[in-house]
Ligand binder design. Structure first.
Ligand code: ACO
Length: 367
């Protein structure tokens, strides 16, 4: 019998692969719950440290407070800065995305710090050092007393950020810190299920994040907006790209069949940022046209805006170089990855699916 898997089966569409208390995505209602609250409420009210405490507590039954996490991330940023000489040797000549991969592979356990904090604390220090080096400068020392969002911006921009910039990056961090069984989280959980340590699991998660079908999309979103350029060119540019069969970055999602709720949260954060450095009305016009064009061209597909469209605009408005967008996504998502890795390890169950063999079989050898 020549059985084959369907496209949905190959992509594991809709297959629950874990039980989790960390986050829930309802693709029909356009709803995202993180650690028990809707993403919009969390982004408006919580610090990244507060949400991280909730995720880590939920994953491993601890009772960390926001202040505990703020202190441990501050200490971990300092430790990572002191260890930069050990973390960066494999990175010269690599892009920021690839350099980040090489540097995080060199992270290891540190005395007196939980692995979760070592990882989440080190990520913005490494991203900052790579961004500064690409600009010809030296890494900026962290301030362990600052919030994670404020210190991340200082290290990236080499200046003290304005409070409204810190609020915008914090809203972004909270919005994208966890998101159900996305590809990078699943990867992280597979590695953690082998009882490999958190450093191995998170390095694998980051590798999965870098592809354009996942966390690598925001840089191409900006390239698309640059290529469109003017209002008059929106329709012809989008129509031609769709006619060529191209995917428009920042649109479509495996789970969301309506607009990704994170898109609205980030759009609000951009409006609050009120910067002259971005053309939100133009981007919104592009978004409106693309949504209409996708409905027209792919009426049975239910494609809508995903988080990456407004991620690109927000991070650009903050002055973060587009080459660093994926590592900055990882700074936030590391909170979720570490929690998922712990939750998975606690199950003690190896993730090991099967495959359908379609290759040749050995010729029958008679006895
Ligand atoms: N633009 C144009 N067409 C699209 C898009 C898009 N952005 N997304 C999906 N489609 C089309 C596909 O070409 C396909 O059409 P076909 O059946 O006629 O060939 C159909 O919609 C369904 O596509 P699938 O690949 O089955 O959808 P899937 O669930 O795998 O897609 C994905 C999800 C990968 C995110 C896809 O929508 C995509 O490539 N989007 C662009 C990249 C992007 O924005 N990535 C960030 C995702 S958010 C995140 O991970 C943080």
């Amino acid at each position: 019998m020549n059985m084959q898997l369907t496209k949905s089966q190959i992509g594991l569409d809709g297959v629950p692969a874990a039980e989790t208390v960390l986050s829930h995505v309802d693709g029909e209602r356009g709803e995202l719950i993180i650690a028990g609250d809707h993403v919009a409420e969390l982004a408006a009210q919580s610090s990244f440290e507060g949400v991280t405490a909730r995720l880590w507590n939920a994953a491993s039954g601890r009772a960390l407070t926001e202040a505990n996490v703020r202190a441990s991330l501050g200490a971990a940023r300092e430790r990572a800065f002191a260890r930069l000489a050990d973390l960066l040797p494999a990175t010269p000549g690599l892009s920021i995305v690839d350099g980040f991969r090489a540097a995080i592979a060199a992270l290891r356990a540190e005395n007196g710090l939980e692995p979760e904090a070592v990882i989440v604390g080190a990520f913005p220090v490494i991203a900052g050092a790579l961004v500064q080096r690409a600009a010809g400068g030296n890494a900026i020392a962290p301030d362990p007393t600052a919030s994670h969002a404020a210190d991340t911006l200082s290290m990236l921009l080499a200046r003290k950020p304005a409070p409204r910039q810190v609020a915008a990056l914090n809203a972004y961090f909270v919005t994208v810190c966890d998101h159900g069984m996305n590809a990078s989280t699943f990867t992280t959980r597979v590695v953690a299920s082998t009882q490999a340590d958190l450093f191995a699991a998170i390095a694998a998660g980051y590798c999965a994040l870098t592809g354009p079908l996942h966390g690598g999309a925001p840089e191409p979103v900006l390239e698309m907006l640059d290529a469109i350029g003017t209002r008059e060119r929106i329709a012809p540019w989008v129509d031609a790209a769709l006619a060529r069969g191209e995917r428009l970055m920042g649109f479509g999602h495996r789970i969301y069949k309506v607009r990704d709720p994170r898109a609205d949260v980030l759009k609000t954060a951009i409006e609050r940022l009120a910067t002259n450095g971005t053309d939100l009305p133009f981007a919104s016009e592009v978004e409106t046209y693309i949504r209409e064009a996708l409905r027209r061209e792919k009426p049975d597909r239910r494609l809508d805006t995903n988080v990456e469209f407004f991620t690109a605009i927000l991070l650009d408005a903050l002055g973060i170089p587009r080459q660093a967008f994926t590592p900055i996504f990882a700074v936030a998502r590391a909170a979720g990855w570490t929690a998922h890795a712990r939750e998975q390890q606690r199950t003690g169950r190896l993730i090991r699916p099967s495959s359908l063999y379609l290759g040749p079989k050995p010729a029958h050898v008679p006895d």
